[in-house]
Design a protein around this ligand. Sequence first.
Ligand code: F6R
Ligand code: MG
Ligand code: MG
Length: 365
Amino acid sequence: MRVTLSVIKADIGGYVGHSECHPDVIACAKEKLEEAKKSKLLIDYCVTKCGDDLQLIMTHKRGEEDEKIHRLAWDTFVAGTKVAKKLKLHGAGQDLLTDAFSGNVKGMGPGVAEMEFEEREAESIIIFMADKTAAGSWNMPLYKIFADPFNTIGLVIAPNMHCGFAFEVHDVKEHKKITLNAPDEIYDMLIFLGAPGRFVIKSIYHRETKNIGAVSSTQKLSFLAGRYVGKDDPVCIVRCQGEFPAVGEALEPFASPILVMGWMRGSHMGPLMPVSVADSTPSRFDGPPRVIALGFQLARGKLVGPRDMFEDKAFDLARVKANEMADLMRRHGPFEPHRLPLDEMEYTTMPGVMKKLSERFVELE
Ligand code: F6R
Ligand code: MG
Ligand code: MG
């Protein structure tokens, strides 16, 4: 049976500040998606949150970029925004960049990751969702999961994974894409992936079966809106087991926290901390950035789950390490490498300050 898994998310208001999604907004979204399930538009759904982002996880039979599904997500965000406005939540409706829906939520603010596939005998899925960071933050974890034998032993010893995976990489500034094969082209690939502010992994395919293994959201809100509207707070779907990495291989990169762009005012580097859904409440300096992982088994499109994968005690040490990294970065205050380079900051006073002081700049002798 062919099934489509759509994860569409938006920040439509924060509680308190940008730290959390209000329970009434989540309840409103559940109501909307329940109606859509009753009317048979959806097979199943799960509504959750990561920090201040409302996450709509939906299964259906309509394929990717379907107008009805995108409209459902849009209408749900609009309804949630009404609740957010009533409660005067912070930044109510902030990710809804236009007033009218025009067929597809792409380019309108919400983040989207979708994949259509033939449901396997057992279909294990992990959905990663992050807050206070950008889409490029998946680059290193996805590389490790699908191309690094020090993370994924299956690449070495599992006959059905030994051929490697193909990576579709997007240049979000030039609006171009390229597909590169691992392991043959990893040195070429890493020159791009190591610059996550510009190059982002969009999807990953099994090289022999051509089956899709992973897809991420690559919206860059700051480019979309031409002004600051928040880091994209990305999502990513990973299929696991069999010809794909095992669940444990998919979760393993997050046991060693890395520094990503985002955090306070989308203008800092900070550790990506793996947490349970309940702990996705970025409050210290509006962070540090969080990642949650929900696991599901699909049964004829039904979402059996979720299991909150980072609740596992085995990620406790990663959280301690991330907190230590947060301290180290915070020590730098407004200095790089904590503060992002000038052209990557989401907030800046640079043009104004430059203009004000331009007369006082004199040529060096
Ligand atoms: C970062 C983020 C927050 C806000 C900060 C200021 O992605 O959402 O750190 O940037 O709280 O928020 P505003 O400008 O809405 O007052
Ligand atoms: Mg927010
Ligand atoms: Mg957010």
